[in-house]
Design a protein around this ligand. Structure first.
Ligand code: HEM
Ligand code: HEM
Length: 468
């Protein structure tokens, strides 16, 4: 007879299951305490026991990081459910979406939840990036977490883009055609890169299967790795940045309070509000679905997804080499190096660097609000470097010359702000960031609402009711 196990024999079946999951918790109190300490010390790599009271202010994080976590969870849950029905081949993809919507119980709701969460996530993560930037939370010791965040931003962008093709309707087919078409403007590697992304010369079965694998396996795996890393780095940096006024000492952490219930309760409230808003939105508004993809019939105008609309608008003003390659590459490189630049003052935790920084930010936003529409209109109706300088190649007349002019204006703005406000380089840099941010938002809005047939500039009501 095998020896009896003195420790487990005295427990019933449920207790034995419980103790197999949490071994040691049945032991004498001091042993139990030891195990609990071990378990807590693991969990505490993500969750602190006590946190500075000031970091609980809603106006520090706006709950944006927490909202992003909830949205990712909803996307994983709804995405996995759709995977049971969706078929990633051109002949059947569209039909499987129709089947999901019309026949599967709650199929339409699940698709709507996935669609709206995906789009909301991109917006929320972008706002989270802005809050981290404007509250100075990217300075040491949080520099590398900014880089991890940027990688996650690119993954969320890639996830939305790869998901866009999956319904295989007209909207999906032509938007992805436009966007992957932009790749061929990249010198030397452009054509090859386009072939790799499309899995061939045109959008077809190979593209759909590539996008499906990237969307449902590669990107989710990367996110599952990076997200815990991101949270662990927040913890390792000693928690969130402490919000303070410019006069307050950066070393002053103030009072601490217990994370449970103070932090947990706030997180639960944010999660419940996000889920409630998503549910209401998904019940009220269906995810768009047009006719099945028809490679022979392109809609007019064919627009990129909203998050690439700004770049599509840039393409109307600059040579593709500048619009598709130079500008996005410069912006991405600048964002990557941003936390590693040398700054004159420690502004971590001070919104907009200082009081003067706030004033300068407002001025920058107003300048961009006036200058960008004027620039768009001037370029549409008056300025035409290609016609004025017919003897030089378009890459110069339409690309390098206007880009150099824009760069000169931006550099001039930087020096003007620095001089007029006797500002630090942090403050002047921040005002350039706002200038470009507002300009990009206006370009995006123009492409979405003010571009109609043939991408001509027109009023939104003319876009939605085109003259036959
Ligand atoms: C899927 C995307 C993301 C998720 C789920 C996420 C989640 C979070 C959470 C929960 C926090 C702590 C609470 C908060 O600040 O709201 C946080 C903090 C932080 N995040 Fe993210 N984040 C994401 C993307 C980004 C991006 C795009 C950036 C910037 C490029 C970024 C940079 C940071 C930094 C630097 C902190 C520390 C802030 C501080 O100490 O105050 N994150 N993130
Ligand atoms: C960050 C995470 C994710 C984002 C941002 C995202 C975004 C999207 C978007 C925007 C669509 C197009 C929906 C539409 O307009 O019809 C889509 C479709 C889809 N996604 Fe995701 N998704 C994510 C994660 C996942 C995961 C983890 C899975 C499964 C493992 C998944 C499975 C699917 C499937 C099967 C479709 C096709 C169904 C449809 O188009 O309605 N997704 N996704």
């Amino acid at each position: 007879m095998p020896p009896r196990n003195a420790t487990t024999d005295r427990f019933n079946i449920f207790q034995r299951i419980w103790y197999s999951i949490f071994p040691g918790t049945h032991q004498k109190p001091d042993d139990r305490q030891r195990y609990r300490r071990l378990f807590n010390s693991l969990a505490l790599h993500f969750r602190p026991r006590a946190i500075p009271e000031r970091t609980l202010q809603f106006s520090l994080t706006w709950g944006l990081g927490g909202m992003a976590v909830v949205l990712v969870a909803v996307l994983f849950a709804s995405g996995l459910m759709m995977k049971l029905v969706y078929q990633p081949v051109p002949d059947r993809a569209y039909a499987s979406i129709i089947y999901l919507q019309n026949t599967v119980v709650f199929g339409q709701l699940i698709r709507n939840l996935h669609h709206w969460s995906g789009n909301a996530l991109l917006l929320i993560v972008f706002l989270h990036l802005l809050r981290v930037f404007f509250s100075g939370a990217f300075h040491a010791p949080r520099q590398f977490n900014w880089i991890i965040g940027l990688l996650m931003f690119l993954l969320v962008l890639g996830s939305n883009f790869s998901g866009y093709l999956l319904p295989w309707d007209q909207l999906a087919y032509w938007a992805i055609t436009i966007c992957t078409g932009m790749l061929e403007y990249i010198p030397v590697i452009g054509d090859g890169l386009q072939k790799v992304v499309r899995g061939g010369l045109d959008i077809g079965p190979a593209t759909l299967s590539n996008f499906y694998a990237i969307h449902t396996a590669v990107i989710p795996a990367c996110l599952l790795f990076l997200m815990p890393f991101h949270f662990w780095r927040v913890r390792k940096a000693g928690g969130l940045v402490i919000p303070r006024t410019p006069q307050e000492d950066p070393g002053d952490r103030g009072e601490s309070v217990a994370a449970i219930p103070n932090l947990i309760m706030r997180e639960v409230v944010v999660a419940l509000v996000v889920v409630a808003v998503l549910m209401i939105g998904s019940i009220a508004f269906n995810a768009p679905l047009e006719a099945k993809a028809n490679p022979g019939l392109s809609p007019n105008p064919t627009k990129a997804p909203w998050y690439f609309a700004g770049i599509q608008e840039l393409l109307l003003h600059f040579h593709p080499l500048v619009a598709v390659l130079a500008i996005p590459l410069i912006v991405l490189t600048a964002l990557l190096f941003l936390p590693y630049l040398r700054y004159e003052a420690d502004t971590a935790g001070v919104w907009f660097c200082s009081y003067r920084g706030r004033q300068m930010s407002l001025v920058a936003a107003v300048v961009a609000l006036i200058a960008t529409p004027l620039g768009i209109i001037a370029d549409e109706y008056i300025v035409d470097f290609a016609a004025w300088l017919p003897s030089i190649p378009p890459v110069f007349s339409n690309g390098i010359i206007p880009a150099a002019l824009a760069l000169a204006c931006i550099t001039g703005f930087y020096w003007l702000m620095k001089k007029k406000y006797t500002a630090t380089s942090n403050e002047a840099l921040q005002s350039v960031f706002i200038l470009l941010l507002v300009a990009f938002i206006i370009l995006t809005i123009t492409c979405i609402w003010f571009r109609g047939s043939g991408m001509a500039l027109m009023w939104p009501w003319e876009v939605s009711n085109p003259v036959p």
